[in-house]
Write a protein that binds this ligand. Structure first.
Ligand code: AMP
Length: 181
């Protein structure tokens, strides 16, 4: 039970074994987002460490990070910056390749999305190995931004992604943890 909201966020997340491939348990947050109390509790829980902190932008990672990031930005009273998959943004972009289990992927932001010294909170639904979040952080830093913290609904601690992000000097905030693949 999440104490501040009195809602059991973890039980509202659907676990789907062997998706997208055998051995992976997919943690499906659409069931959490569809639940009115669950969605409200999730946003309340995500924002509380950052109330009163100096944050200039929330950056969200496509696609579930957009749903959360928009709501978090609205609550914190700051703007939202999308981090998208390659080829989706219409203006000048900068990109970062990162390693997947098989192959590579690229995340992009608009080159003028953040200014020098802007303080950024990164948001996504889940941190696993931390590869996606690390690419997003490096992208924001290359744009001149200062990524001060990262917030995720789900942590998979055995994959040590949250540790990787914390080792870069960011504050890492997660709401629920699942052990086991
Ligand atoms: P990673 O880069 O390994 O930290 O993976 C994080 C990204 O992949 C996030 O955008 C997640 O939405 C997605 N992801 C990775 N593993 C899972 C999982 N077991 N269930 C749901 N989404 C996942």
């Amino acid at each position: 039970m999440n104490v501040r909201s009195n809602t059991d966020i973890k039980s509202l997340i659907r676990s789907i074994p062997d998706y997208p491939k055998p051995g992976i348990i997919f943690r499906d947050v659409t069931t959490l987002f569809a639940n009115a109390r669950g969605l409200r509790a999730t946003i309340d829980e995500l924002i509380w460490p950052f109330i009163g902190e100096q944050i200039d932008y929330v950056a969200g990672i496509e696609a579930r990070g957009f749903i959360l990031g928009g709501a978090v930005a609205r609550e914190l009273g700051v703007g939202f910056v999308p981090i998208r998959k390659k080829g989706k943004l219409p203006w000048k972009t900068i990109g970062k390749e990162y390693q997947l289990e098989y192959g590579v992927d690229t995340v992009e932001i608009h080159a003028d999305a953040v200014g020098r010294g802007d303080r950024i909170l990164l948001v996504d639904d889940l941190i696993a190995t931390g590869g996606t979040a690390t690419a997003a952080i490096e992208l924001l830093q290359e744009s001149g931004g200062e990524v001060v913290a990262a917030a995720f609904v789900v942590d998979l601690p055995f994959l040590k992604g949250a540790d990787r992000i914390a080792a870069r000097g960011l504050k890492v905030h997660t709401l629920v943890a699942f052990e086991g693949e």
